[in-house]
Design a binder for this molecule. Structure first.
Ligand code: GAR
Length: 211
């Protein structure tokens, strides 16, 4: 049985969609960098082991990364899923887990890396926005894209309603991509996300219905 761990920093709704998604694997632990992350209680309520590695307790980013990596290794995961994990991970960490680190980001990458994606999408006036699942590399939100879901930006949208529209897609897209990885049908190869067959390629893009 494949093993995965989920890294969170807050609410944990993507974590819940992964835990409730019937993935072909065991969630060995949910790890947070914040002790007050609401997602920790949601995971514990499902009987999942929870751990906090509080970044504020470390003198440097490297020390935090090393402690986090050691905690992850204790669970021997095949896959590490960043689900609203809001810390930038350093090169040594990323290299150690390269090829088994996935992230979900609330924009159609490479547009709007970083934070505040919905506000920036509204300010830019884009008509399409969305979310991306990607392998994590040393480039911030810049790793090879696995799957994307697009949503329309509608007249009168504010940050909250656009974020909610995107989040609903995140909750479908991330479990789908995680499943592909755990089934051995998705891998990082030569710097690209490789999907096993054409059916997955068409499943890796969600576009909205247009009237
Ligand atoms: C999600 O929208 C996720 O895509 C985003 O944080 C939110 C976490 O919500 N992640 C990032 O911005 C990473 N750069 P959640 O805790 O309810 O899953």
């Amino acid at each position: 049985m494949q093993r995965y761990v989920i890294l969170i920093s807050g609410r944990g709704s993507n974590m819940e969609s992964l835990l409730d998604g019937g993935l072909p694997g065991v969630c060995a632990a949910v790890i947070s960098n914040r002790p007050d992350a609401a997602g920790l209680a949601l995971a514990a309520a499902r009987g999942i082991a929870t751990v906090t590695v509080d970044h504020r307790g470390f003198a440097s980013r490297e020390d935090f990364d090393a402690a986090l990596a050691a905690e992850i290794d204790r669970h021997s995961p095949d896959l590490i899923l960043l689900a609203g994990f809001m810390r930038i991970l350093g090169e040594a960490f990323v290299r150690r887990f390269e090829g088994r680190l996935l992230n979900i980001h609330p924009s159609l990458l490479p547009a709007f890396p970083g934070i505040g994606t919905h506000v920036r999408a509204l300010a830019a006036g884009v008509r399409l926005h969305g979310c991306s699942v990607h392998f994590v590399t040393t480039a911030l939100d810049g790793g090879p894209i696995v799957a994307q879901a697009a949503v329309p930006v509608q007249t009168g949208d504010d940050e909250a309603c656009l974020a909610a529209r995107v989040l609903a897609e995140e909750h479908t897209l991330y479990p789908r991509a995680a499943r592909w990885f755990l089934e051995g049908r998705l891998q990082l190869l030569d710097g690209r996300a490789r999907l096993a067959d054409e059916a997955l390629v068409s499943g890796s893009l969600h576009v909205p219905q247009t009237a």
